[in-house]
Design a protein around this ligand. Structure first.
Ligand code: ATP
Ligand code: MG
Length: 224
């Protein structure tokens, strides 16, 4: 069984009162472990919805998803949380950091959930945040960080445990060009080291050009 995420006939409909809006329509997609894919598309085309479905944050209306041979949509509750914790890293479009926790505490969380002891989690998180240019922000509450600093903390949190699949929803959208390319370089290095996949939504065509696969979402389907 190949190591991949395979989406078959995925559909997603949202009910708005009595009106049904169909956002994803019978979409098929396979991303092999180690591959990188950029997802492009107009605002409102369903990029975040698709990423949320693949990352297990939302169940599709129809279709199947297999992750490394496992029927992913059958997982629920604790089993789903555990599977996600072990295999996935997710960078949300709007960060979702724990605002009363410091930068370093936020980044330590995925490791601690997987049982890494505190001291080791702390030193790994410190090292990664230093690389991200946040050396002097480790002990700031995330609520007191700038938008771009929060974005970098969110990236570190999604990658610290070296997950096999990293989903990133416009992760460099709030960063200036120089910081964005530096952070993207760090992400690339980490992905290469652990042979992980990066599935990234972006509006940045230049950034997308660096990906092996460019997928455009239009009318609920992927057009290449
Ligand atoms: N929970 C929901 N209920 C109803 N409609 C929704 C829901 N979530 C998303 N939608 C609708 O689905 C469409 C796609 O939303 P989505 O957030 O996936 O777009 P996107 O491609 O990520 O856009 P952007 O580039 O602006 O982030 C939008 O029209 C949105 O209003
Ligand atoms: Mg979006």
């Amino acid at each position: 069984m190949s190591n991949s995420i395979t989406c078959k006939n995925i559909s997603m409909n949202f009910l708005d009162g009595s009106r049904k809006t169909s956002i994803i329509k019978n979409l098929n997609l396979q991303i092999n472990q180690g591959d990188q894919a950029a997802i492009l598309g107009q605002s409102g085309s369903g990029k975040s919805t698709l990423l949320n479905i693949m990352g297990g944050l939302m169940k599709p209306s129809n279709g199947t998803i297999t992750v490394n041979g496992k029927n992913f949509l059958e997982l629920d509750g604790k089993k789903l949380s555990r599977f996600r914790g072990e295999n996935f890293g997710f960078i949300y479009q709007f960060h979702h950091l724990l605002k009363d926790f410091t930068a370093i505490e936020n980044v330590m969380i995925p490791l601690q959930i997987l049982g890494t002891e505190r001291e080791l989690a702390h030193s790994k998180a410190k090292k990664l945040l230093n690389k991200m240019g946040l050396k002097n922000r480790l002990d700031h509450r995330s609520a007191d960080l700038s938008g771009g600093e929060r974005q970098r903390v969110a990236i570190a949190r999604a990658m610290i445990h070296k997950p096999k699949y990293i989903f990133a929803d416009e992760p460099t959208g709030n960063l200036d060009k120089t910081t964005a390319s530096k952070v993207f370089g760090i992400m690339n290095d980490m992905i290469g080291e652990s042979n992980s996949s990066l599935i990234m939504v972006t509006h940045d065509i230049e950034l997308a050009d660096q990906f092996e696969n460019k997928l455009i979402l239009e009318n609920g389907k992927i057009i290449h």
